[in-house]
Design a protein around this ligand. Structure first.
Ligand SMILES: Cc1ncc(COP(=O)(O)O)c(C=O)c1O
Length: 370
């Protein structure tokens, strides 16, 4: 069967709506090309790359308005590597986790390491938010700022106890959602989402208390693999370096995106833009007879990852397939969620007008598929 052709005037100018890797702006690629003979293919131990790393670290500090004493730390391996690093180098005895989707639960699993007490995990079903009842003796309190698998957004709020570090997974939130950096001890992310770059690196804002914790555990004699040593990452980051070779293209794409956001008004501007884009889809779902936002509590509906459920009479996977055949890609739900759903990234690189076009394209597909 020939698939439906969506009229070109309804189609978004850019059809990338995936939750990561996500849309890269053409200007970022131009920046990469302009560095292709001077920066790409040169040593990461020499001044040009170390200056690039320095600009990225300074730019992130400015974007997040980091408080006095906070440091921008980085390492290789993406957010998944950070979970293992935290298990070895940040959690002292025990961690507490909010688990309301795939990524929150993965950190809890990584923290179930033999040298630690078993983590305290508070779980909630997909689409809802979990609240911490009691810290239960934990010294790290961990949760995602934005749960990418479900589209649930959490407030960044510190657990008020000086022995507890608040450690926030901001992989899909960072750069697209306003928050107060004082409210986290570690705010970590990888750059393939709002930063519209590629995967493979992690970045984190560390508070003085988090740095002190890392230094204390490193000095304690605990076995820590070198690649997962956060002391190593802090020491190298202070020199604008990483332990082993970083992806230079990723750094260049990231540099351009940070400059673009800062140049447009910083995190407040990015936040307003992702709110606008996501509201288009939530309002569209509210007005639709066949679609409903998956996250029932409006306060927890993500402004960067929108999840919309469809009535049984509509096959969401067929919509995603038709969209893909028309160049509008990656609107499928998170693979393990198994819902009749579309999931759409409204990251800062994505034009709000393209989100409006996406809604029109979905309406067209529904009206014309039988
Ligand atoms: C909230 C969240 N945490 C962690 C990860 C894992 O990131 P990485 O692929 O950089 O390891 C992802 C990836 O989608 C994510 O969305």
């Amino acid at each position: 069967m020939a698939s439906l052709t969506i009229p070109s005037d309804l189609l978004p100018a850019d059809g990338r709506f995936g939750c990561g890797p996500s849309k890269v702006r053409p200007e970022q690629v131009e920046h990469l090309v302009s560095a292709s003979r001077t920066i790409l293919g040169t040593s990461h131990r020499q001044a040009p790359i170390r200056d690039l790393v320095g600009r990225v670290r300074t730019g992130l500090g400015e974007l997040f308005q980091i408080p006095e004493g906070y440091e921008v730390v980085m390492g290789n391996g993406g957010s998944t590597a950070f979970w293992d690093a935290a298990a070895f180098a940040l959690i002292e005895r025990r961690s507490a986790h909010l688990s309301f989707g795939e990524f929150g639960s993965k950190f809890a699993k990584a923290a179930a390491a033999p040298h630690l007490e078993s983590p305290h995990v508070v779980s909630a079903p997909g689409g809802s938010f979990a609240e911490l009842d009691d810290i239960n003796g934990a010294d790290v309190f961990a949760y995602p700022h934005n749960e990418t698998s479900t589209g649930v957004m959490a407030p960044v709020r510190r657990f008020d106890d000086s022995n507890v570090l608040t450690v926030v997974d901001a992989t899909s939130a960072a750069g697209g959602i306003q928050f107060d950096a004082n409210q986290a001890d570690v705010y970590y992310f990888a750059p393939q989402k709002n930063f519209a770059s590629d995967g493979g690196l992690w970045f984190a804002l560390f508070s003085p208390a988090a740095i002190e914790r890392v230094e204390r555990i490193a000095a304690s004699g605990r076995y820590i693999p070198e690649f997962l040593s956060l002391k190593n990452a802090i020491d190298n980051s202070r020199l604008n370096q990483t332990l082993n070779t970083p992806a230079l293209s990723t750094l260049l794409l990231l540099e351009n995106q940070i400059d673009w956001i800062n140049g447009n008004g910083g995190l407040a501007w990015a936040d307003a833009r992702t709110r606008e884009s996501s509201s288009v889809l939530y309002d569209w779902a509210a007005a639709s007879d066949v679609a409903t936002p998956f996250v029932s509590n409006p306060e927890h509906r993500s402004q960067v990852v929108v999840t919309v459920d469809f009535d049984d009479a509509i096959d969401a996977s067929a919509i995603a397939k038709t969209l893909r055949a028309n160049g509008v890609v990656d609107t499928d739900p998170y693979r393990k969620l198994g819902r009749n759903q579309l999931r759409v990234a409204t990251f800062v690189a994505i034009e709000p007008d393209d989100v409006r076009k996406l809604a029109s394209s979905i309406d067209y597909v529904i009206a014309n598929s039988h």
